[in-house]
Ligand binder design. Structure first.
Ligand code: SAM
Length: 271
């Protein structure tokens, strides 16, 4: 959690602070300070509809951290492509990966200029590894691969990380295109980690998504278990497979949430 704003967001050019923004609202949900009243008010409205949302957002961050820990540890991955990075907070992908393997190389990708400014300043590597940042759209995966190859060796396995990203791409065809280009570009032994909010677990979440879509510029689309399973078709699921995020390899110290968390998490290996 950030205690103070990372930099004066309002000083950025062309920043519309009156409309809720995906990265800033998420930052507020996970306890950050890099957000505006419109973002906070949207989150308050969503939470009134679906009170689980702040708990779920923090549970998603914990899933990201456990997944990266697994990938850098047990799976031996040293290269990460984190798409839909969001505003930096504590426990970002490179923090976790480099705490396990300091030589890890991470490429962050987001299409939000606010994220870009923060990420360039704050997502900095330890001396043995590397981080770089791409201002690119997930729907343009060819550009992502071309530019990421300046930092990553695509002849070696890469973990593609998409935590709360694909729900901001409404079109199934675009999601399929993005995933097929990215997974085709990486070698066997690479991984894909996804967190995707569920349409079929908690009826309050679709209601909250509808509220978000009435307020924000970037629409969200929830997907069912079967739809999320389709995203990892052809890949080998790392046990326990596709589950809700707190169920994915919880740490022994983790306390199970009192209520089910309506977010799917999965880590899958390219055979
Ligand atoms: C909810 S935040 C998730 C942040 C981060 N992955 C995490 O787990 O904390 C979603 C991020 O995805 C980015 N995003 C949404 N659509 C995108 C797209 N088509 N291409 C690239 N980034 C996108 C947003 O700008 C935002 O920063």
């Amino acid at each position: 959690m950030t205690e103070e704003p990372l930099m004066p967001l309002a000083s950025l050019p062309h920043l519309d602070t009156g409309i809720p923004n995906t990265a800033r609202a998420w930052n507020y949900m996970i306890g950050g300070k890099d957000n505006f009243e419109a973002d906070r008010e949207a989150v308050r409205q969503l939470t009134a509809v679906a009170p689980i949302i702040p708990v779920a957002a923090r549970s998603s961050r914990a899933f990201l951290q456990r997944a990266v820990q697994y990938l850098a540890g047990e799976a031996g991955i040293r290269q990460f492509l984190d798409i839909g990075t969001g505003l930096p907070t504590a426990g970002n992908t490179h923090d976790v990966a480099q705490s396990v393997a300091p030589e890890s190389r991470i490429v962050y990708v987001d299409n939000d200029p606010v994220v870009l400014t923060h990420a360039r300043a704050l997502l900095t590597s330890g001396p043995l590894g590397a981080t770089s940042y791409l201002d690119a759209d997930a729907c343009d995966p060819g550009t992502i691969i071309t530019e990421a190859s300046a930092t990553l060796n695509l002849g070696q396995p890469v973990a593609i990380i998409m935590i709360d990203l694909l729900d901001f791409i409404e079109s199934d065809a675009k999601v399929r295109f993005c995933l097929s280009v990215l997974t085709d570009a990486v070698v066997s032994g690479s991984y894909l980690a996804i967190m995707h909010p569920a349409s079929d677990l908690d009826p309050a979440l679709p209601a909250a998504a509808a509220r978000w879509n009435s307020l924000a510029a970037q629409r969200v689309r929830l997907r069912s278990r079967a739809e999320v399973m389709n995203l990892v078709e052809g890949l080998e699921l790392v046990p326990p497979g596709l589950v809700t995020v707190p169920e994915w390899r919880p740490d022994s110290a983790d306390i199970a949430p009192a209520e089910p968390i309506p977010l799917y998490g999965v880590v899958a290996r390219k055979p």
